[in-house]
Design a protein around this ligand. Structure first.
Ligand code: PBG
Length: 334
């Protein structure tokens, strides 16, 4: 015989789950299309769609086609697109100076989207040198091959300014250099870009889940070694809170935890301790795992996708950067 607690059956928790309307009524969290930020990869050329082999369903698009993707996103109610360039190999260099070119892929795409859609959709641009360096690291290397913090900052601030000048709404430093949020804020203020936001990749871990992204931007084959000397140790949680505290103090408008699902505890802590908008980046490897799992018959693709996205909302996220953005938004429209 099961022992019945004195409160039972008055506290029968299943009662509210009996019908659909009741489940709808007591639901605590919901995913909406405005919660979604869609990362898009840009490639040189015109009329180009270039599929990324390790990211099924994701392509690199030329600038003209990126505008159409942004239009599609806007029509689906997605709030923002995040841009990443696949810089042509001949424009990659040791110092990543192409990042400062006002006519680089990123700036051209930003201007084209702004021209077509104005403020109907946000544009987030990633600040880090990896799509532009011949060594695939996010910053400048010293003689020992170590990514030099302060010299890198000087370039990152210029990169951020270049993006803001092109029309970026949100600058998102993903480089993990110390002091970059404050340095970027100062440069933006001096240039009177007062309303350009900073979404700091505050807790960015040295993760095994970034592989397909590096294929997409073309830095993977170039990268020697790893990024453990600047990205965070996956074993650390308190340190993530210190990173977030510093970035907020330096002027970040919102913070990001990256990758996503393996770091829900970090998201939850960040939201509880700081009460600022927290975003998750569901990264390329997480996306690819769902695709591979669904293809292998693990479960229904859309159900797997939506359950994972909802988990971010439950953990405390304001929004999610996800390659599923358009698929999920389409599903939410039904
Ligand atoms: C660049 C950057 C990376 C990602 C976003 N910005 C890769 C890296 O740090 O090596 C990864 C995103 C993804 O895997 O989807 N600094």
């Amino acid at each position: 015989m099961t022992e019945i607690t004195p409160a039972y059956p008055r506290t029968r928790l299943r009662r509210s789950r009996t019908t659909g309307w009741s489940r709808d009524m007591v639901r605590e969290h919901a995913l909406g299309s405005a919660d979604l930020i869609w990362p898009l990869f840009i490639v040189d050329g015109n009329g180009v769609e270039d599929p990324v082999a390790s990211l099924p369903g994701v392509s690199r698009w030329s600038v003209d086609a990126i505008v159409e993707r942004a239009r599609e996103a806007r029509d689906l109610g997605i709030s923002c697109v995040a841009l990443f360039p696949n810089t042509p190999p001949n424009l990659r260099s040791d110092d990543g100076v192409e990042a400062l070119n006002p006519d680089n892929l990123m700036c051209r795409a930003t201007r084209a989207i702004k021209d077509a859609l104005g403020d109907d959709i946000g544009i987030l641009t990633d600040v880090a040198l990896d799509p532009y360096t011949s060594h695939g690291q996010d910053g400048l290397l010293d003689d020992q091959g170590y990514v030099a913090n302060d010299r890198t900052l000087d370039v990152l601030t210029e990169q951020a300014l270049n993006q803001a000048n092109a029309g970026a709404d949100i600058i998102a430093p993903s480089d993990m250099m110390d002091g970059r949020v404050g340095a970027i804020r100062d440069v933006l203020e001096q240039a009177r870009h007062h309303n350009v936001q900073i979404m700091a990749y505050s807790a960015k871990y040295a993760s095994a889940f970034y592989g397909p992204f590096r294929d997409a931007v073309g830095s993977g084959g170039l990268l020697k070694g790893d990024k453990t000397t600047y990205q965070m140790d996956p074993a650390n949680s308190d340190e993530a809170m210190r990173e977030i505290a510093v970035d907020i103090a330096e002027g970040a408008d919102s913070v990001m935890v990256k990758p996503g699902l393996a770091y829900l505890d970090i998201i939850y802590r960040a939201k509880s301790e700081f009460n600022v908008p927290v975003f998750a980046y569901q990264v390329s490897g997480e996306y690819a795992l769902v695709k591979a799992g669904a293809a292998a018959g693990v479960g229904d693709h859309d159900a797997l996708m939506m359950e994972k996205l909802l988990a971010f909302k439950r953990a405390g996220c304001s929004g999610i950067l996800t390659y599923f953005a358009a698929d999920a938004a389409r599903l939410l429209q039904k």
